[in-house]
Write a protein that binds this ligand. Structure first.
Ligand code: ZN
Length: 156
């Protein structure tokens, strides 16, 4: 498994942000598969990072999250994206495509929902509304009462 596949989505995103804001202060290629560098962190001193492309588990970083553990942290990802900028560009494209797809799905769902509501019979609508108001937040209930409840009707 590659370095990126072993990282959490949070580490990938934060690593990308670190790469973009040039937090990688130094990078050197050690051999075919290893890169060594320093990456600025929240602390005053930069972190010492080594990534191994062939054997991602041999990667290490002395930040609190990854030190002594087999975790792929954002500093490793930032170093990786600095060594392979095309991977960073591809990753960003995928994130944007995913977000656009989510947005499209949300719009499609909303359109379908409106379509379904328009087809519902009166009794179905009444049941759905009563059920909805039972689970509502208080402000929504009060708002609904203010808008729709007519106290004058009682006298009829
Ligand atoms: Zn780290």
């Amino acid at each position: 498994m590659g370095l990126m596949n072993m990282a959490s989505s949070a580490s990938l995103w934060r690593g990308y942000a670190y790469f973009q804001s040039k937090k990688v202060l130094a990078i050197e290629q050690i051999n075919e598969s290893q890169f060594h560098g320093s990456v600025a962190g929240n602390q005053n001193h930069p972190y010492d990072v080594l990534i191994d492309i062939e054997h991602p588990r041999k990667s290490h970083c002395n930040c609190p999250l990854a030190d002594g553990r087999r975790i792929i942290c954002k500093h490793m990802i930032a170093l990786y994206f600095t060594a392979f900028p095309q991977e960073a560009a591809d990753y960003y494209k995928k994130v944007i495509a995913y977000e656009e797809e989510q947005e499209r799905l949300a719009e499609e769902t909303e359109a379908r929902l409106v379509q379904c509501i328009k087809k519902m019979r009166k009794a179905e609508l009444q049941n759905a509304l009563i059920q909805l108001l039972e689970d509502r937040p208080d402000w929504q209930y009060d708002d609904f009462v203010d808008t729709y409840v007519d106290w004058e009707d009682d006298d009829e």
